[in-house]
Design a binder for this molecule. Structure first.
Ligand code: MN
Length: 136
């Protein structure tokens, strides 16, 4: 048993402007069947694009695939991300992630949903001032 989902079988989705700044594409990798709560999505950020601030009730892991990216937890410095980097985000930590200015960036986003099926709590957009800070 098992299943192979062929490349090209699932269409790329554009992420909504209500939760992202700029053009962001999502390619579903896995949506687990219960009892699994696994979610895996390849997310591609065009230059300047990023998530809004948000939290994950069960946390999130990001595995960086391509390009140059940014990650910031509230109250901490912006950090640069490169292919092969892994970001472990604890539950309920407010943060954002996205491309570095002028750079394409892609990561695999891994998370589990909560008991109530919630995976992400979306908050306000990341301002250009916050986005433009130098990584430290
Ligand atoms: Mn996140």
């Amino acid at each position: 048993m098992g299943q192979i989902i062929c490349a090209g079988a699932r269409a790329t989705k554009t992420q909504p402007a209500s939760s992202f700044v700029g053009t962001v594409y999502a390619d579903e990798v896995v949506v687990g069947e219960p009892p699994s709560r696994m979610r895996g999505t390849r997310v591609t950020f065009t230059p300047g694009a990023r998530t809004n601030w948000h939290t994950h009730p069960v946390g999130q892991t990001l595995y960086c695939l391509h390009g140059v990216g940014r990650y910031q937890a509230e109250g901490a410095a912006v950090q640069e991300l490169r292919p092969g980097d892994t970001v472990i985000i604890p539950p309920d930590v407010k943060h954002w992630h996205g491309s570095a200015p002028g750079q394409l960036f892609a990561h695999l986003a891994l998370s589990e949903v909560s008991d109530t099926g919630e995976g992400t709590v979306w908050l306000e957009a990341v301002s250009d001032a916050d986005y433009g800070k130098t990584p430290g």
